[in-house]
Each structure stands twice: as structure tokens, then as C-alpha cells.
Ligand binder design. Structure first.
Ligand SMILES: NC(=O)C1=CN([C@@H]2O[C@H](COP(=O)(O)OP(=O)(O)OC[C@H]3O[C@@H](n4cnc5c(N)ncnc54)[C@H](OP(=O)(O)O)[C@@H]3O)[C@@H](O)[C@H]2O)C=CC1
Length: 288
């Protein structure tokens, strides 16, 4: 490998590999299993899944084979696994049971990071008066699983500023991450600044705009020019831009070549001028 994979230090002292493999929308079990094995061969040490993705069992099967096969050269402690509490599973006991179910599907003794997937709960309106207490119960359930050593770190996802402030009033453990959508068309400046102020790392999802920023649906001259200047792909530039703003990135690909390409984003460094050009895309896009 011609580069050193990046590591991000979390507020509890743990170190998470900065580039993880996103696993949303990979429902085919044998495909998921194959992709985890390919990703680990390519150097990935971080897998991002969720109860809602319904592929924890396939990931568990892949990990079992990887840990048993010395040719991969990795053991459990080398791989960071994230999973998430589904929005249908809010509540104290539900959160505890959800972690147990994920552990069983992933065939692991512990999960590195468990995240509340959404501040909302399925079937409830966003202004449902019971939601704050449900979120609190879920968080306390995750804190309990952290105390029991079943999860090494806990975090949140899709939390807006008000959700973070609410959580900080009762949390005895500060979330390590807030995982949110982040790409040049959604730069969330205030949310990222607030997350950082609370000592929480920002994890970016949909860095490639769910593919729309790389498949020709949205094209931006700046991205093309910067990619050409570095001999990189637009996907690599987008991931690099995210990382240089302190984000952990989770590109998803179901192709071996693209999965490798995405991991190699770690070879590149953008100049401040290039970063500024990409930061300006959203204001330009929405004013054109
Ligand atoms: N917490 C949350 O609520 C959410 C979390 N996530 C997490 O973040 C991950 C990433 O986000 P996601 O929305 O999946 O989308 P991404 O922004 O990572 O884009 C994935 C899409 O881009 C395509 N793609 C990937 N790499 C390349 C490349 N190098 N060149 C061209 N096309 C490429 C993929 O196609 P192909 O597979 O064919 O390569 C796929 O269609 C998820 O998988 C999940 O783990 C995502 C959404 C919500």
C-alpha cells in the first residue's frame, strides 16, 4: 500500500479507521459476505452496518471466515464494527435487546460502536411529546450495554443541534460520533461546528451523494478540474474533502474496483483553495 490509512481519535480515546465500508442497500447475503472479505483484503478495517440494513448476519459470516483464515492477517481487535439501533427499537429494554440481537447476528462478543440511527421513532410524528423520553431511554440502554462491555463506544446519527443539546443534559457518556449526511450539496456548517464544540466527531454518510455526485446526475466543473489535477477520481476527491474537514467517511460500493478506488482516497491531499472551491459548490448550485 502506497499510503498510510488514516485513523481518527474519538473522545473516549479509541481510534477509529477514518475510511469505513458503507453497507446500506447491500441486501444480497452472498454479495455482502464477498464484499466484506474483499474490503478487508483491500485494507479496510472499518465496516458500517445497521439493524435496518438486514445484512448483519452476512457480515458476521464473513468476519467469522476472515478471523479463521490466517491469510487475511487480521484478528477481531483489528476490525472496527459499527451497527445501529433501528428507529422501531427505541426504549431502554429495546435498546439492550437490540444490541444483543446485533451481537448474535454479527457473531461477536462486542461491537465497537453502536449508534441511535434516528432521533425519530417509526410511526410517531416528529413532534410526538413522548419522543424525548424515548430517546433518553434508548441512550440509557446503550450506556448500560457500554457498562457491560458489549459495546466499546456509543453514538448517534441524524441528530440535529436540538437533539444533541437534549441528549447532553442526561448523558453520562458523551456520544463519540454524530453520523449525518455530508457532501458538497449539504455542508451542514452549523451542525458540524456544534457537534465539534460538544467534543463529538462527525461521521459523514452519503459522501458521494448516494452516487448522484459521481454518476453524472449532478456534475460540477470544479470537481472535474480538481480530480484531473490530482490524477484522482471525483469519488476520491469528495472523500478527501470530507476527511480534510475532520469527518470519518463511509463510502458504499458493491464493486471491488470502486471499493478499492474509494479506499485509495487516502493518497490525496487537497489545497485550501481546492477545499474552498468545493465548499462553494452548494451556494453556487442553489443560486444558479
Ligand atoms: N446513518 C444513516 O442514516 C445513514 C448511513 N449511511 C451509511 O453511509 C454509507 C454510504 O452512504 P450511501 O448513501 O450508501 O452512499 P454513497 O454516497 O457512499 O454512494 C454510494 C453509491 O455510489 C456508487 N459508488 C461508490 N463508489 C463509487 C465510485 N468510486 N465511482 C462511482 N460510483 C461509486 C455506488 O454504486 P456501486 O455500489 O455500484 O459502486 C452507490 O450507488 C451507507 O452505505 C451507510 O453505511 C447512509 C445513509 C444513511
Amino acid at each position: 500500500m502506497s499510503f498510510t490509512p488514516r485513523i481518527t481519535k474519538l473522545n473516549n480515546g479509541l481510534q477509529i479507521p477514518t475510511v469505513g465500508l458503507g453497507c446500506w442497500q447491500i441486501r444480497d447475503k452472498s454479495k455482502m459476505k464477498e464484499l466484506v472479505k474483499l474490503a478487508i483484503k483491500a485494507g479496510y478495517r472499518h465496516i458500517d452496518t445497521a439493524t435496518a440494513y438486514t445484512n448483519e448476519d452476512a457480515i458476521g459470516d464473513a468476519l467469522e471466515e476472515v478471523f479463521a483464515d490466517k491469510s487475511y492477517g487480521v484478528t477481531r481487535k483489528d476490525i472496527w464494527i459499527t451497527s445501529k439501533l433501528a428507529s422501531s427499537e427505541h426504549g431502554y429494554e429495546n435498546a439492550i435487546n437490540a444490541v444483543e440481537k446485533s451481537l448474535s447476528k454479527l457473531k461477536l462478543d462486542y461491537i465497537d460502536l453502536y449508534i441511535i440511527h434516528f432521533p425519530g421513532s417509526s410511526g410517531r410524528a416528529v413532534d410526538d411529546p413522548e419522543l424525548p423520553s424515548l430517546r433518553k431511554a434508548s441512550w440509557l440502554g446503550l450506556e448500560e450495554m457500554h457498562k457491560r462491555g458489549k459495546v466499546r463506544a456509543i453514538g448517534v446519527s441524524n441528530y440535529q443541534i436540538r437533539h444533541l443539546d437534549e441528549l447532553m443534559k442526561y448523558a453520562t457518556i458523551t456520544p463519540v460520533v454524530n453520523q449525518c449526511e455530508f457532501h458538497p450539496l449539504l455542508i451542514s456548517t452549523e451542525l458540524r461546528a456544534h457537534t465539534k464544540k460538544l467534543g463529538i466527531n462527525f461521521e459523514a454518510y452519503s459522501s458521494l451523494g448516494e452516487g448522484n455526485l459521481v454518476n453524472g446526475n449532478y456534475t460540477f466543473e470544479e470537481l472535474d478540474t480538481i480530480a484531473r489535477a490530482h490524477g484522482a477520481s471525483i469519488a476520491q476527491i469528495l472523500l478527501c474533502w470530507g476527511m480534510q474537514q475532520g469527518a470519518i467517511v463511509l463510502p458504499k460500493s458493491s464493486s471491488e474496483a470502486r471499493l478499492i478506488e474509494n479506499f485509495e482516497c487516502q493518497k490525496f491531499t487537497l489545497t485550501q483553495e481546492e477545499m474552498d472551491q468545493i465548499n462553494n459548490i452548494s451556494s453556487k448550485a442553489f443560486h444558479d
